[in-house]
Write a protein that binds this ligand. Sequence first.
Ligand SMILES: *[C@@H]1O[C@H](CO)[C@@H](O)[C@H](O)[C@H]1NC(C)=O
Ligand SMILES: *[C@@H]1O[C@H](CO)[C@@H](O)[C@H](O)[C@H]1NC(C)=O
Ligand SMILES: *[C@@H]1O[C@H](CO)[C@@H](O)[C@H](O)[C@H]1NC(C)=O
Ligand SMILES: *[C@@H]1O[C@H](CO)[C@@H](O)[C@H](O)[C@H]1NC(C)=O
Ligand SMILES: *[C@@H]1O[C@H](CO)[C@@H](O)[C@H](O)[C@H]1NC(C)=O
Length: 478
Amino acid sequence: MARAMVLLWACSLLLVSVNVAEAVGVNWGSQSSHTLLPSVVVQLLKDNGIDKVKLFDSDSWIVTAFAGTGIEVMLGIPNNDLKRLSGDYGAAQEWVKKNLTKHLYDGGVDIKYVAVGNEPFLKAYNGSNIKTTLPAMQNIQKAINEAGHGDEVKVTTPLNADVYDSAGSKLPSAGDFRSDIRSLMVEIVQWLDSNKAPFLVNIYPFLSLYQNPDFPVDFAFFDGNAKPIQDKGISYTNMFDANFDTLVWSLKKAGVPKLDIIVGEAGWPTDGDIDANVKYAKRFYDGFLRKIASNKGTPLRPGHMEAYLFGLLDEDMKSIAPGNFERHWGIFKYDGQPKFAMDFTGKGNDKMPVGAKGVQYQSNQYCVFNKDVKNLSLVPANMNYACSMADCTALGYGSSCNNLDLYGNISYAFNMYYQMNDQDVEACVFQGLATTTTTNPSNGTCIFPIEIQSAGTRLGIVSSLSVIASLLVALALF
Ligand SMILES: *[C@@H]1O[C@H](CO)[C@@H](O)[C@H](O)[C@H]1NC(C)=O
Ligand SMILES: *[C@@H]1O[C@H](CO)[C@@H](O)[C@H](O)[C@H]1NC(C)=O
Ligand SMILES: *[C@@H]1O[C@H](CO)[C@@H](O)[C@H](O)[C@H]1NC(C)=O
Ligand SMILES: *[C@@H]1O[C@H](CO)[C@@H](O)[C@H](O)[C@H]1NC(C)=O
Ligand SMILES: *[C@@H]1O[C@H](CO)[C@@H](O)[C@H](O)[C@H]1NC(C)=O
């Protein structure tokens, strides 16, 4: 109540002062071979003052960990479920019952949005989600409404910025939805508008730089050093603003000029490409977080902007079809430890984020190339095998382990495979080419990791439940 009055007062002064932590959230993806315990991640978010999280599914074990924390959770529904949920209203009702309403008790989980699908209209999907996305969104919202939560919980869908373009002109004012999906996009944004739900957009200046060698580097950042783009009297000094306002124009042309926009993903990877490094990531986040904190918005949408950073942790099982950098988007490393100084409040303080606490690591053991081996003919096949299973993306050109010599390369691949397999002795054989060591083989920027003890997901639950069950049996017996 008091807060509402303060907000009202602030609005009337046009000086909306929003706590920065209220504006910045993070995406927490879980495509990792070894996952942190949800309770550890909840503490990590709290310690860093992050009070919003966006998920890619709705795993109960994870969602439950947010109960009573005050952290706002955006649930996700994977693209794989769109067909089922679009074709069968009963399935949507079941989804809402099993994955949403059970968390909405007093003191439960603060859920405001359900993100149905994830970038469903990427060209790489060959149109396979075109028919199912909107009906799935409508079914889920209808089921939420029927369950009596329609005012608090809104359905949206996270869309990549490739759903709109400027017809080759680079000018935001030329913006419109992509021609092959334009009528569908118009239908979706009008539905979002009538449903009072926001448009969720993922904007990546890094990808523009990665895909286009002529892209002016400074335009990817927020320092104002780039040659501006002039558009109808507006001067755009960074790609993010220009891209965001291209969406604003597209919405205007679709008849919903006031539709709310939330940035569903924005971030910069730190490895796996020459431009994916800590220096650029820090530069991007410093500028972006300062921008969010300033409440400046963009030229066409001045004011408060809500955004979710991508992402919380590195994910070593992500597909590298888009590029080797895909596994290195984390603000934090795979083990929840920070990579570089950044200030979530946007005040520009040069301090390291607080790392995850209570993380359990495996033993101090590495798997390396056995230098007694002189015949290297078996190396390529074994290295390929290791890298097809485990993450070798740090070995590539411009990446953190590109400095290694041949033996270093082989050892890196073997070690990644060994760690991924929980240091199983069988995972450090490679036809006699490999041996274990307790000496850390890391070299300069190239870190040979030791994996964490995985929290697992369902396996972890099952085993702890069976421990509890056997304890109960034991108690009953005595
Ligand atoms: C609930 O969400 C989980 C995780 O996203 C999913 O596997 C499951 O199928 C959903 N439940 C229903 C009833 O749809
Ligand atoms: C899309 O089509 C291409 C080429 O036909 C194919 O290689 C790819 O696997 C398809 N992707 C999906 C998600 O169906
Ligand atoms: C190296 O090992 C391969 C496979 O075991 C074998 O075929 C080859 O003859 C060996 N080369 C030498 C020079 O010993
Ligand atoms: C370690 O790095 C140095 C310098 O980059 C390089 O010369 C050396 O070969 C590397 N060692 C290994 C084992 O890769
Ligand atoms: C190490 O591996 C990387 C990536 O496969 C490759 O570019 C590099 O040339 C290799 N270095 C040596 C010395 O074999």
